[in-house]
Design a protein around this ligand. Structure first.
Ligand SMILES: C[S@@+](CC[C@H](N)C(=O)[O-])C[C@H]1O[C@@H](n2cnc3c(N)ncnc32)[C@H](O)[C@@H]1O
Length: 447
């Protein structure tokens, strides 16, 4: 359905239903409400984006309660949470096992009564246990009965690392008694505590260690951090649990969206809302590095699995696809971009790898989504070798070559971020316009 066919009417809720009239920047909006605030994650989508899109398409009768929203790059599960808040089932993929855990923990509501019972069981006798393990460590230099997590030496203060391991074992006991869903909820609290306890600098997604001097002063109170976050998260989960339908389904596959049809199936999704990675896992936004220690501390993920995350990401080192020489034929903008990169001796090959992988996902999403239903790609326009990559135009053209029908492009700014292209004057000719926006929401209808 093209632009001209859409009607401009007031929605049932009285809101404007012309998507172009909305300011998609959502500056100052709360991004931590309900379970969105359970744990942070790199490059999260602003919850207002899926919220507004889902509300709009429901008002228009294009989707309805009980339908399925799909996200091939689930990340922290923003789409899945908003899906449930709008009465939808949700499915997703992610190659980061920590993201899978996070998405499910945030989107699947827990029963209030059982949650309080499980919490009581978890904290009962916790303080003396933590004291005991610290004492034993300080006296003997090791605690024989405690299995230590497989984290790199020198990234944690040792006494506190022992306390984290005790918490991990207690949560395993909760799993036996209350089930995985409850244990997973507590594992997020542990994971937050792990980040705060480690020498990894907070506020950075790559692994940087505190300076030696700062490490000496770093003496975190594990129990206090854990209990404070536990209280906050319990409150958020209770509120979420009250608001949503507990009979809906959320399934996040721990698998590659380049082959997602295998897991998800064809012709299933009624709507897709996703934000793909930028293709810079190894450099800027390292999802795997961010999650490594928190994931290892849960005891449910191995070091090898975490090591692979940034390599399996789109454009990463693990190719599962043949390189495609004709990709450029499908997108004039991609061709122009690659020509510019080649002239500048830039990273044309990296860009080709990334778009080849991304194209594979577009193909899979096309099969997973019911024909004519909306697919929204929230994409950032990054620079490579100081060349602007107009990802929104390339997304549109590649999708159109697969039979998608373009619907609209909604530009948005990312508040409080330096624009990467402010220092990169070289533009690919003919691709100005929305390039000035930080991000674009490209909406197409599935083939
Ligand atoms: C920009 S983040 C998504 C953030 C998400 N929208 C949120 O709000 O948290 C991109 C995600 O894609 C995942 N990813 C990268 N390559 C993937 C692939 N080939 N298959 C599945 N997931 C992948 C990364 O692990 C990361 O979690």
């Amino acid at each position: 359905m093209g632009r001209d066919h859409r009607q401009t009417t007031l929605s049932a809720s009285g809101g404007v239903d012309e998507l172009e009239d909305i300011n998609w920047t959502f500056e100052g909006t709360d991004t931590q409400y309900l379970t969105h605030g359970l744990h942070n994650y790199p490059a999260r989508m602003v919850p207002k984006i899926p919220d507004t899109l889902l509300g709009h398409y429901k008002d228009q009768g294009i989707i309805e309660e009980g339908d399925l929203v799909y996200d091939p790059f689930s990340g922290s599960g923003t789409t899945a949470v908003e899906g449930r808040l709008h009465g939808l089932n949700a499915e997703g993929n992610d190659i980061n096992p920590f993201a899978v855990m996070l998405s499910e923990a945030k989107a699947i509501p827990l029963e209030r009564g059982s949650l309080s019972e499980a919490r009581d069981a978890l904290v009962d006798g916790l303080s003396p246990d933590l004291l005991d393990v610290r004492d034993e460590y300080e006296q003997a230099g090791e605690v024989e009965w405690l299995e230590m997590p497989d984290v790199r030496d020198g990234w944690f203060p040792e006494p506190q690392l022992h306390e984290l391991a005790v918490l991990r074992d207690r949560i395993d006991t909760i799993e036996d008694k209350f089930g995985t869903e409850y244990a997973r909820f507590f594992r997020l609290v542990l994971s937050h505590t792990t980040r705060k306890t480690s020498y990894q600098r907070n506020g950075e997604y790559k692994r940087y260690r505190l300076s030696e001097e700062d490490r000496t002063d770093h003496n975190p109170d594990v129990e206090a951090i854990f209990k404070k976050k536990l209280k906050q998260n319990m409150e958020k989960m209770r509120e979420y649990s009250n608001r949503v339908d507990h009979t809906l389904d959320t399934t996040i596959h721990y698998s590659d969206s380049r082959t997602a049809v295998e897991d998800v199936g064809e012709n299933k999704a009624d709507i897709v809302i996703t934000s793909p990675p930028y293709g810079d896992h190894q450099t800027t936004v390292a999802y795997g590095q961010f999650s490594q220690d928190p994931a290892l501390l849960t005891g449910k993920v191995t070091y090898d699995e975490m090591k692979d995350v940034d390599k399996t990401g789109l454009g990463g080192r693990y190719d599962i696809l043949e390189s495609m020489s004709d990709l450029e034929d499908y997108s004039p903008t991609l061709e122009a971009t690659l020509d510019t990169l080649r002239e500048k001796d830039g990273r044309a090959d990296d860009a080709v790898d990334f778009f080849r992988d991304y194209y594979a996902v577009m193909e899979q999403v096309g099969e997973i989504t019911k024909s004519g239903q909306p697919v929204a790609w929230v994409v950032a326009n990054r620079t490579m070798s100081r060349v602007n990559i107009p990802t929104h135009l390339i997304t549109r053209e590649l999708c159109e070559s697969l039979g998608y029908e373009f619907d609209m492009n909604l530009p948005r700014e990312i508040p409080n971020k330096t624009l990467p292209w402010e220092n990169a004057p070289e533009n690919v000719e003919g691709t100005k316009g929305d390039l000035m926006a930080n991000e674009n929401i490209v909406i197409l209808r599935a083939p």
